[in-house]
Design a protein around this ligand. Structure first.
Ligand code: HEM
Length: 335
């Protein structure tokens, strides 16, 4: 227990935050581990459920609806992904009902399935595989009820292909641009991982996943403000904030600069054989990270040491200096 947690009751968004750094130095790796177990952190813990419902549920789904209304292309599905969409929808419904039985239920009576979501006041009867029994495509239907982004990868010719998805919280990439690409092509822009063998090892691992197996990994960057939609498409809306924050008063950095952590789940679906990739984004401002001294200290060391090419790719070259300065001057970190 930290000094902060002894004297203060921290809110859930801090105690459940998936702080991602086990060491003072961060490098890319094939960092996968089995899913569904709790990971303890200095402030609490995370990771019991691959689909995670928290206090931001209603707000984040309203944000997703807003982004989709402005740009329906955030949902993509190639025609051969119909079966995988149904498979993903029912798998997600089962996962939700199992993890949160007071909020979600899935029942089946012969060919008729009944889904209910108390949190959003939804009831839906449907027949599996019958598009006319749902108001919209299955992945879009269930995607509006989970905080995770989803990509479905088809496996064929010894490779994985990102052939469907619903992504409204992309960390500077575009599903519309990537749809139909292979796993290796999708990772084309990332430095180091091709020459260091990280992505080749990841692909071999994923190709070998068996039906029902679930793994997870984390990824991270920095984001200005509590903004989930940092897709390439909306870059003109958020790109300049990084420069404006760096040029603005240091006082603003603590509440505006956020550590953005993605908890990613990799799940092999049983009926379609597709790989379901869930990306859940958590944002925590630097002034709340500083309430957990171990986190502030670790974040400082990771940011300070991160090589230039990785910082560049993550889009944090302008914000890491103000972040470091804030952590020194207001965050209690001694360099
Ligand atoms: C074990 C599995 C995986 C590993 C080790 C891995 C690794 C990585 C790494 C290291 C990055 C750079 C992140 C950063 O610096 O912020 C990245 C980016 C990315 N990954 Fe993965 N990844 C995995 C699975 C997947 C899957 C299944 C997808 C599904 C489509 C995916 C889609 C992406 C995308 C879209 C980006 C951003 C690329 C861009 O800038 O355009 N990843 N991944």
């Amino acid at each position: 227990m930290t000094a902060a947690t002894e004297s203060t009751v921290l809110p859930e968004r801090i105690t459940r935050f998936p702080f991602p750094f086990p060491r003072d130095v961060y490098r890319y790796s094939t960092n996968v581990e089995p899913a569904g177990t709790r990971t303890e952190t200095a402030a609490g813990g995370w990771g019991e459920h691959p689909v995670d419902i928290d206090g931001f549920y209603v707000d984040e789904l309203a944000d997703r609806a807003r982004v989709l209304a402005a740009d329906p292309d955030r949902f993509q599905a190639l025609p051969h992904m119909d079966i995988a969409q149904w498979d993903a929808m029912v798998t997600l419904m089962r996962m939700l009902a199992e993890a949160y039985p007071r909020t979600f239920a899935l029942d089946r009576d012969g060919d008729v399935w009944r889904w209910s979501n108390v949190a959003l006041d939804l009831e839906q009867a449907f027949a599996y595989g019958q598009a006319a029994t749902l108001p919209e495509p299955p992945l879009l239907y269930i995607g509006r009820q989970i905080q995770e982004d989803v990509v479905l990868l088809d496996q064929r010719d010894g490779a994985l292909w990102g052939d469907a998805g619903l992504v409204t919280s992309a960390a500077d990439w575009s599903l519309r641009f990537d749809v139909g690409m292979s796993f290796l092509q999708i990772h084309g822009p990332v430095p180091r991982i091709h020459t260091e063998g990280v992505i080749g090892r990841a692909q071999s691992f994923l190709l070998g996943l068996q039906a029902g197996q679930r793994y997870r990994r984390t990824n991270w960057t920095l984001t200005v403000d509590r903004r989930l939609d940092t897709a390439t498409e909306t870059y003109p809306e958020w790109g300049r904030d990084r420069r404006l924050l760096a040029e603005g008063p240091l006082d603003d950095v603590g509440h505006r600069l956020h550590l953005r952590v993605e908890v990613q789940h990799l799940i092999r679906l049983g009926a379609s054989g597709a790989l379901m990739f869930l990306i859940r984004t958590y944002l925590l401002p630097f002034d709340e990270i500083a309430l957990v001294p171990e986190w502030a200290d670790r974040l400082y060391r990771v940011l300070e040491e991160l090589p230039e090419d990785m910082a560049d790719y993550k889009g944090i070259t302008r914000t890491r200096e103000p972040g470091l300065k804030w952590l020194r001057e207001y965050g209690g970190v001694c360099p």
